[in-house]
Design a binder for this molecule. Structure first.
Ligand SMILES: Nc1nc2c(ncn2[C@@H]2O[C@H](COP(=O)(O)OP(=O)(O)OP(=O)(O)O)[C@@H](O)[C@H]2O)c(=O)[nH]1
Ligand SMILES: [Mg+2]
Ligand SMILES: [Zn+2]
Length: 297
């Protein structure tokens, strides 16, 4: 239904005032957006109109959800919209930031979307402390997949987890998001970052999120590397939702609204003391709770 004067479409990628727009007939065109559509992002469903030769985006349709991070304090940045699953990518190299991983799991829980963790670059030696953390996430109940672009057979389980969903790859720069996208999307042809560059700013670091269609059905969004990730504001009582093992244990706390701080008969604190809940995860919970309370005041 693209031939006429307008219709619906989906944003594939956004560059300043311009965007790549996929029309409902599958055609991808360059489009311009009205100035007021400042928060137009990859994954948005939109209305467009033809103006001369231009496709003009006139409206963002209501979002199912959006993935937003705080770029720096107080300035939220939306990365993408209308997603089904966050694929958190980590690897032995560069040094993984586990707090970012925790924060992405929390965000997925708050958004009520699925999340999986990749132990990518599985062809590289994995130091014991890092291997232990992957085991910890598995023990908690999260899905952790070992993947490697050097070992294409490792991609089969990942493909099964991605199929039929709109997935976004999120993680630190240099983890291998674009390399993976290149393998999963036959004609993506993305230039990838050279990790050997010691500055940390590789030449082909991804600068805009972009959506690709998976051959198996569903979509994959390759996104720019992030240096930190703070979940959007969450009421204190809901922070624990993002820590599965804490949420599960909290049912046995004496108070239904227990925040597991100094309350008596707290099952979570007991589990931490007994080593059933990891100190690292409990601390991550406390830190995030404090951050959310600070953001409210
Ligand atoms: N050994 C190994 N290296 C990999 C693997 N996947 C990616 N790499 C390397 O990791 C480096 C970074 O890869 P990219 O795909 O550009 O990383 P990215 O996450 O897209 O980085 P940004 O776009 O900056 O966020 C490149 O040198 C890749 O060749 C892997 O499975 N094993
Ligand atoms: Mg990239
Ligand atoms: Zn408690």
């Amino acid at each position: 239904m693209s031939g006429g004067s307008g219709g619906e479409g989906r944003i594939i990628s956004r560059y300043g005032a311009e965007a790549l727009l996929e029309l409902d007939n599958g055609e991808i065109v360059r489009a311009v957006s009205r100035k007021k559509l400042r928060d137009l992002v990859c994954g948005d469903r939109v209305l467009w109109e033809k103006s001369g030769d231009d496709h003009v985006i006139t409206r963002i349709l209501p979002r199912r959800n959006s993935l937003t991070r705080s770029y720096f304090r107080g300035t939220p940045r939306t990365i993408a919209a209308n997603i089904d699953q966050i694929v958190i990518i980590s690897a032995p190299l560069p040094k993984p930031d586990w707090s970012m991983v925790d924060h992405l799991f929390v965000t997925a829980a708050v958004m009520e979307v699925e999340a999986i963790l990749l132990h990518h670059k599985a062809d590289l030696p994995c130091p014991d402390d890092i291997a232990q953390i992957y085991r910890d996430y598995r023990d908690i109940g999260y899905t952790v997949l070992d993947t490697s672009t050097e070992q294409p057979e490792t991609l089969a389980p990942l493909r099964r987890h991605l199929r039929g969903k709109t997935n976004i790859l999120v993680g630190q720069s240099g983890m291998g998001k674009s390399s993976l996208t290149n393998l999963l999307i036959p004609d993506a042809g993305i230039l990838t970052r050279e990790l050997s560059e010691t500055t940390g700013f590789g030449q082909h670091t991804t600068s805009n999120a972009r959506l690709y269609h998976l051959p198996e059905g569903g979509d994959l969004i390759d996104s720019p590397g992030i240096r930190d990730f703070t979940p959007p504001p969450i009421p204190p009582a809901e922070v624990q939702k993002g820590f599965r093992e804490i949420a599960a244990t909290a049912r046995d706390c004496r108070f239904h609204n227990c925040l597991h701080l100094r309350e008596p008969n707290c099952a979570v604190k007991k589990a931490v003391a007994e080593g059933k809940i990891l100190q690292r995860r409990y601390q991550a919970y406390l830190d995030l709770l404090q951050e959310m309370e600070a953001a409210r005041s």
